[in-house]
Design a protein around this ligand. Structure first.
Ligand code: HEM
Length: 460
């Protein structure tokens, strides 16, 4: 109930017949609405977990086992690699973002019914779109038709989401809608929109001209740079600015430095997408360092971290995720100079997607999702630690050994890569089990909660 504002409840629930209602009726309706929002969130999150484990991680592990066995990345079909990447970025991370967005920023101007209708239509279109892409890539059945259809479904689903949340206005007493963290999240949303448009263009192109569903290599590399630095990274920066000060007990972030980081990051993306990869890669270590300074990620905390209900290592893993982002940016810079096999690029991308994004989702997700899902408690904080530990171990082995093996610096590293894959698979599976355990086995305490009026209260 805590994310529900009374203003929002009244706005949404006093429209239509019988507008004058007792406070009890308003609170009861707000509770129902909060229950429906939690159901919606849990559906999005469970869908994201499904994409993460099966089409995403299992296929990634399978690909890596084949690559390691044959000691060559070229031995695996590009369409399978792209099927894995798409399922992870859009099926897992994208579905989580849509679900959390719909849950956190409910706008009931058109009425609760139309809001939920839009959200469910978005869920169906997004899920079908991502699933069709995976099936087309893996089974190559009717792929010339399915690819553009899937990309169009994803784009329309995102536009539905965007139109709903774009109507959001801050409640009375809150600051300007152009708070710096909102600007950063808005820039990430534009990045996601551009990524989806590029995806649609790529799908239409290969449907007409391609010999397989795989994007041409150069196009794919630029598209991945847009997805990683234009969408994933600024999303995490924006939400870090919103939440990490409280969660980690840090001093307030430096807004101007963060906006400078976003501007430099944008320069890097524009150069990379325009084909000036070497120049673009120089911007990311600088923008990433600025973001770390802006968010005070490695400065000492001034207040106790909010670790109630989660494992006490939570702040440590969040900081480590930013360490991985620095590694990813530095490896990208090194790849321009020394990569001869795709190994340094691959390690850079993995440090970003797994070290930064996945470690952050496992940390923050287990902190916030139980509360969002009807004020539940996390099923197991030990499982949280075990999952994060395995993921970190796997990511460390993968990033180091991908460079060593692919570049031919040491053939022993090929035999470590399968271990890294299984370790990461274990970490991500424990995360999925812990979240589903929370949704299914932990009781909801929403009915005991009185209406509280702001998100941070829920998260404290
Ligand atoms: C168990 C965990 C994972 C394993 C074993 C794995 C494995 C792989 C492998 C073998 C490749 C092929 C390229 C290369 O050799 O580097 C790859 C590419 C990729 N992975 Fe993963 N991965 C995992 C997790 C993730 C996660 C969590 C994400 C995103 C959140 C992700 C996103 C991608 C992307 C975007 C690509 C590039 C696809 C393309 O070329 O279009 N992976 N992964």
């Amino acid at each position: 109930m805590t994310a529900t504002t009374l203003a929002g409840a009244e706005a949404g629930l006093t429209q239509g017949p019988g507008a004058a209602r007792s406070p009890q009726a308003i609170f009861a309706a707000a509770r129902d609405r909060e229950g429906s929002l939690s159901q919606l969130l849990m559906t999005f999150i469970s869908t994201g977990l499904l994409f993460m484990v099966f089409p995403g991680t299992f296929l990634g592990v399978w690909n890596l086992l084949q690559i390691s066995g044959r000691e060559s990345v070229a031995s695996v079909s590009g369409t399978w690699i792209e099927a894995h990447g798409h399922a992870q970025i859009f099926g897992w991370v994208g579905t989580f973002i849509l679900g959390i967005g719909f849950y956190s920023i409910p706008k009931l101007r058109g009425g609760a019914a139309s809001y939920f209708r839009a959200a469910w239509i978005c869920w169906v279109m997004w899920t079908v779109g991502v699933a069709l892409r995976w099936l087309a890539n893996v089974y190559m059945w009717a792929w010339r038709a399915l690819l553009p259809v899937s990309a169009l479904l994803e784009l329309i689903a995102f536009v539905i989401f965007f139109l709903q949340v774009a109507q959001h206005r801050p409640g009375r007493g809150t600051k300007s809608r152009f708070e710096p963290w909102i600007v950063v999240v808005a820039s990430a949303s534009v990045g996601l929109l551009l990524t989806l448009l590029t995806n649609l263009a790529g799908c239409v192109y290969v449907a007409i001209r391609g010999v397989s569903p795989a994007f041409p290599h150069v196009f794919d590399q630029r598209y991945l740079a847009l997805a990683a630095w234009g969408f994933l990274v600024p999303f995490v920066w924006g939400f870090s600015a919103k939440w990490m000060t409280v969660f980690l007990g840090l001093r307030p972030f430096r807004p101007r430095v963060l906006l400078a980081a976003v501007a430099l990051n944008l320069c890097g993306i524009v150069l990379t997408v325009a084909g000036y990869t070497a120049a673009g890669a120089c911007f990311f270590p600088v923008s990433t360092s600025l973001a770390v300074v802006a968010l005070r990620m490695f400065e000492p905390a001034v207040n106790p971290a909010k670790v109630r209900g989660v494992h006490p290592s939570f702040p440590w893993f969040v900081r480590m995720a930013y360490g991985w982002l620095l590694v990813a940016a530095s490896l990208g810079w090194a790849a321009v100079r020394w990569d001869s096999s795709g190994g340094i690029w691959g390690a850079s991308r993995h440090a970003l997607t797994v070290g930064f994004v996945a470690v952050m989702i496992l940390s923050v997700g287990q902190r916030i999702l139980p509360a969002f899902a009807g004020m539940r408690l996390l099923w197991s904080s030990r499982l949280m630690f075990a999952g994060l530990g395995l993921l970190t171990l796997g990511c460390t082995l993968r990033v180091c050994c991908e460079v060593i093996a692919y570049q031919g610096y040491g053939s022993w590293a090929w035999s470590v890569l399968p271990v890294s894959a299984l370790s990461e698979l274990g970490g991500l599976t424990l995360f999925a089990v812990n979240i589903l355990g929370t949704f299914i086995l932990e009781p909801s305490h929403a009915h005991k909660e009185s209406v509280v009026f702001a998100m941070p209260a829920k998260l404290s």
